[in-house]
Design a protein. Structure first.
Length: 152
């Protein structure tokens, strides 16, 4: 609060959020986050996770459709219509993709939390923090670290 009220804090700030498995960095406007009571952080988190979930699921679905296309070509040897088999199987794959995508998105969103630093005891010296490993993101809004660093 001091940064926004007294020092005129403006600009984008990267907020670390974890789902227990990975760290995500969400870029939010500091002043808007203060005014909205961090509601825009939650909205940015939801938006980023849903888009990421849709993107990953869609890429996997396209790979599965390519595999299905190759498998269906053999159906003509069995005196079956390959196009009909492809349509039926691809629809089943799509339904499975949507269900999996929804479950994954809800799981990540429900486990998401901002990590809290442990308060060091006054008689113990403070240990230096390990730097987080983040890879650059394509959109510039979210970066993901594949593993959670161990807290010392």
């Amino acid at each position: 609060t001091d940064i926004v009220e007294n020092r005129g804090g403006q600009g984008l700030v990267r907020v670390p959020i974890t789902d227990g498995k990975r760290f995500y960095g969400i870029n939010v406007d500091l002043e808007e986050a203060y005014k909205s009571g961090a509601q825009n952080i939650a909205k940015a988190w939801q938006k980023a996770m849903l888009l990421m979930s849709i993107d990953e699921s869609w890429k996997e679905h396209l790979r599965e459709l390519d595999q299905l296309k190759q498998a269906v070509q053999n159906a003509s040897y069995e005196q079956k219509d390959p196009l009909l088999i492809y349509k039926l199987e691809s629809f089943n794959l799509f339904k499975t993709m949507v269900n999996t995508m929804n479950a994954k998105a809800v799981s990540i969103l429900m486990r998401g939390q901002i990590p809290q630093l442990a308060q060091p005891a006054e008689n113990q010296p403070r240990q230096p923090q390990q730097p987080q490993q983040q890879r650059p993101s394509n959109s510039g809004n979210v970066s993901v670290s594949p593993s959670v660093p161990s807290s010392a």
